[in-house]
Write a protein that binds this ligand. Structure first.
Ligand code: SAH
Length: 471
């Protein structure tokens, strides 16, 4: 164990007027030539800031008192706002959220990028600003975070069993969610009915400190086809408790097309390494785009905002500008969604991804759609993508790449340059690493298009698509 860091007592700075929305969803102000970043504030708020961290070039702080609320603010929709870790931007009108995301892309490209780029296209807003997620995972806990301070609480009499989201920064406390605006009906109804059933039947809620208890997690997945998957994760193999509970869920919600469960006796909450049993219905759900079907298993990745994912894939396809003769690489292909979506417009698509189960799904997804011009490889791109790979699979005309937040390994970027496709479509959920990677390519590719896309309304997250053309 390292030495415990001594918490320094920093000052409170009064009357700070917040100026601009900055990274990570915080707002920014300049105080005595030094930047200060404060979460849960918006430009125009005047706040007293308790500094929590001070570095040579910037400070971090917490708003401890609002002297004035900004005119920009709107009333947050959700009763759990600011306590819950999600949807931190509800107090910002949607158009302003979009402006801020667009600015975030621009700032990253200007600050971290060393390349020329055209003015970006206006950000593509999400049709749905609430209820846009197709997947939510809730946690059962015997220690809820108590938010009701309006009366004297006798903790002894309080039901501390709850079902909801982890409190930010706390491993053992959850916020008992009464209503969540992220996933469409019947997500809330299912969660509330399950909690009620558990309370009534005295089932134990998981104790994150002692690592004991029956009920652990609840995952709800919805699909644009109407399919509905519910996965209940329990901590003990108690079929005498589980069977009646699953029967109750099945009977109460006949619209569930896939009712599954897993028994997780491990310390961590990961279920990808566990058998997941089908209690009722299918072991997967079906998604669909333009008649192309995607089979999504209980632990398969699928973009969480389906309509907006469709918009993004269409844009990627438009940028790739395929006429049926091209060899396309789809890097970080996940379950091969982009590869299969574009396959009919290409000669051949080669998908690479390091999760072998995802590659299995990708192959199944080609098969069920009668797509025969795709090949998929499982492996780490930093190793798989080399000259032999290009010789074996052919020199790509187009590369579509969609890496995780960390961006691409430098080897991957170098191999892409060597493979020398005419076009690269770079989809990213982190404009900072995207700007870094594009800088490495600037002598070989010019940035032809920049299109931010909003996949996650009410949060600061932004997705960005860039078209690179070979010089
Ligand atoms: N394009 C997909 C999902 C992309 S998410 C879609 O739209 O559905 C990014 C993917 O990159 C994840 O599936 C992750 O498993 C994979 N990945 C992350 N690092 C990788 C690496 N080093 N090599 C190969 N794949 C990787």
């Amino acid at each position: 164990m390292g030495k415990k860091k001594r918490r320094r007592d920093y000052p409170v700075i009064e009357n700070v007027e917040m100026q601009k929305i900055a990274a990570e969803g915080k707002s920014f102000a300049k105080v005595n030539e030094k930047a200060v970043f404060v979460p849960f504030t918006v430009p125009g708020d005047v706040v007293d800031v308790k500094i929590t961290e001070s570095r040579s070039s910037f400070m971090e702080g917490k708003a401890i008192r609002f002297e004035k609320y900004s005119d920009m603010r709107i009333e947050p929709k959700c009763e759990h706002f600011a306590t819950c870790g999600g949807c931190k931007w509800q107090m910002i009108p949607y158009e302003k959220q979009l402006e801020a995301k667009q600015q975030q892309v621009l700032d990253n490209f200007q600050r971290l990028g060393n390349f020329d780029f055209p003015a970006h296209e206006p950000i593509l807003g999400s049709q749905e600003q609430y209820y846009y997620r197709n997947k939510l995972e809730f946690t059962f806990s015997k220690r809820i975070w108590v938010t009701d301070y309006s009366r004297e609480l006798d903790f002894k009499d309080l039901n501390m069993n709850g079902l909801g989201f982890h409190m930010p920064g706390m491993f053992d406390r959850i916020l008992n969610i009464e209503n969540c605006y992220l996933q469409a009906s019947p997500s809330n109804e299912i969660r509330l009915a399950i909690r009620e059933y558990a309370w009534k039947n005295d089932l134990t809620f998981y104790d994150q400190r002692e690592q004991t208890g029956f009920l652990r997690n609840l995952i709800i997945r919805t699909a644009s086809t109407g399919d509905l998957m519910v996965i209940l994760v329990v901590g003990e193999p108690r079929m005498d408790l589980l069977n009646p509970m699953l029967d109750y869920i099945k009977e109460t919600f006949p619209q569930i097309t896939s009712l599954m469960y897993a028994i997780n006796e491990k310390l961590n909450t990961i279920i990808t390494d566990l058998p997941i049993y089908t209690y009722h219905g299918n072991s997967f759900l079906m998604e669909e785009m333009e008649g192309v079907k995607f089979k999504v298993g209980p632990v398969s990745f699928y973009q969480t905002n389906s309509p907006q994912a469709y918009e993004m894939y269409k844009l990627a396809r438009e940028y790739a500008d395929l006429n049926g003769d091209e060899l396309v690489y789809d890097l970080y292909t996940g379950t091969g969604t982009i590869a299969n979506f574009i396959a009919r417009k290409a000669k051949k698509v080669v998908g690479v991804e390091y999760v072998p189960e995802a590659i299995d799904d990708a192959r199944v997804n080609s098969q069920i759609n009668g797509i025969s011009n795709t090949v998929f490889y499982a492996g780490d791109l930093a190793k798989v993508l080399n000259e032999d790979f290009v010789v074996e699979n052919g020199r790509p005309d187009v590369i579509i790449t969609d890496p995780p937040r960390a961006g691409m390994h430098e080897n991957v970027v170098q191999q892409m340059i060597k493979a020398a496709p005419q076009k690269i479509v770079y989809i990213s959920c982190n404009p900072a690493t995207q700007a870094r990677d594009i800088t490495l390519m600037k002598d070989f590719y010019k940035v032809a298009m920049v299109q931010p896309v909003d996949m996650f309304p009410q949060t600061h997250h932004v997705e960005n698509i860039v078209l690179l053309e070979r010089l």
